[in-house]
Design a protein around this ligand. Structure first.
Ligand code: TXA
Ligand code: MG
Length: 331
């Protein structure tokens, strides 16, 4: 890995000079800029083609940086910070005046995350400022979980990629509005909802129909994670594999080249049909999901049919990403 101190120092100097750097975290690669430099932050939106009403997560390396960003750290937020940071969680908190509207898209809140990846932490620390960063993909594409994914999307548009290897978690952080007595999960992710509930007693799942006291995550309204291939997502049920095989055969018959995303153990149940393995359990599926969607494009498959999973542990995040990638095509 190219995470020697010189590389970290070089990447940090780009940030301090108002540039943009892609860096790995335990969830996905981020595209970072100095969170206190508006001109630098605006570059991120341009490079990604990201709508300016979709706020960025601000990455920190310690508690002092959280205090610099958040106007207050309420009780539940404190519990979640102590229990899950550094780690794949993002907390939405009321922001201090110093945090600009360029980062927060005009919201009165700021999303704060402390990654656990060692290189990412060392990088943020070397920057000396919090680092605003969305996932380092072109908007709408599957999030990058290797430096190569970033290169494939952003080659020629950014000056530096800090290679941190393959992301250990593989799906983005869980976004939690931690201000209220009952925290609200705005996006499922790397910390399973069950663990958050265990820590704070009770958590609510944000649904668009919910009362409007809680500002939603603006990012949820956009199409996401989509490869070029059409994605079909199967609900998780006992006949799932029969349904998937039938869809596969129908697509193949009309000349679309389909591929099935499935666990290793299911591969043989699909006979000679093309498959891409997502490992043996929900955590493997999460880690390999985005890479599998990109692989399907590289191998010129015209359709991806993804197996459903139970919503236990990281399964909830996998299901959420696949439903979005499928754009509603649920079989
Ligand atoms: O794991 C992650 O969270 C990765 C890595 C790079 O840290 N980052 C990431 O960023 O997934 P992005 O921009 O792809 O997704 C951030 C999500 C968006 O849905 C955005 O709307 C939401 O967080 N968000 C950001 N600030 C917010 C705020 N103040 N209130 C509510 N939602 C917010
Ligand atoms: Mg993203």
């Amino acid at each position: 890995m190219t995470n020697e101190p010189e590389n970290i120092a070089l990447a940090a100097s780009v940030i301090r000079n108002g540039g943009v750097v892609a860096f790995g975290t335990e969830t996905v690669y981020g595209l970072g800029a100095d969170a206190y430099n508006d001109a630098a932050v605006k570059k991120i939106f341009r490079i990604k083609g990201r709508p300016s009403d979709n706020p960025l997560i601000v990455h920190v390396c310690d508690g002092a940086q959280i205090s610099g960003l958040a106007a207050a750290v309420p009780k539940n937020a404190r519990i979640l910070i102590d229990k899950f940071m550094p780690g794949p969680i993002t907390l939405v908190l009321n922001k201090r005046g110093r945090v600009s509207d360029a980062v927060t898209a005009g919201l009165p809140t700021v999303a704060v995350r402390m990654p656990s990846d060692k290189t990412a932490l060392a990088f943020i620390s070397a920057c000396g400022v919090p680092v605003a960063a969305p996932s380092a993909n072109i908007s709408g594409r599957p999030s990058p979980t290797t430096a190569k994914h970033v290169y494939d999307d952003l080659n020629g548009k950014i000056g530096y990629i800090l290679d941190c290897g393959e992301c250990a978690v593989g799906v983005e952080s869980t976004v939690v509005d931690a201000r209220a007595d009952v925290p609200v999960i705005l996006r499922s992710g790397g910390v399973p909802i069950e663990q958050i509930e265990r820590a704070v007693g009770k958590a609510a799942l944000y649904t668009p129909a919910q009362n409007q006291n809680v500002p939603p995550s603006p990012g949820m309204k956009y199409r996401h994670y989509a490869p070029k291939a059409a994605v079909l997502f199967s609900a998780f049920h006992s006949d799932m594999r029969k349904t998937i095989s039938a869809y596969y055969d129908r697509l193949a018959a009309v000349g679309v080249k389909p591929v099935i995303l499935c666990f290793d153990s299911a591969k043989r149940l699909y006979g000679g049909r093309e498959t891409i393995s997502v490992g043996g359990d929900n955590a493997d599926y999460a880690r390999r999901l985005f890479a599998a969607l990109r692989e399907a494009d590289e191998r010129n498959f015209g359709a991806v049919i993804a197996e459903g999973v139970s919503d236990k542990g990281l399964g909830a995040a996998v299901i959420n990403r696949l439903i979005k990638a499928a754009g509603g095509r649920i079989i």
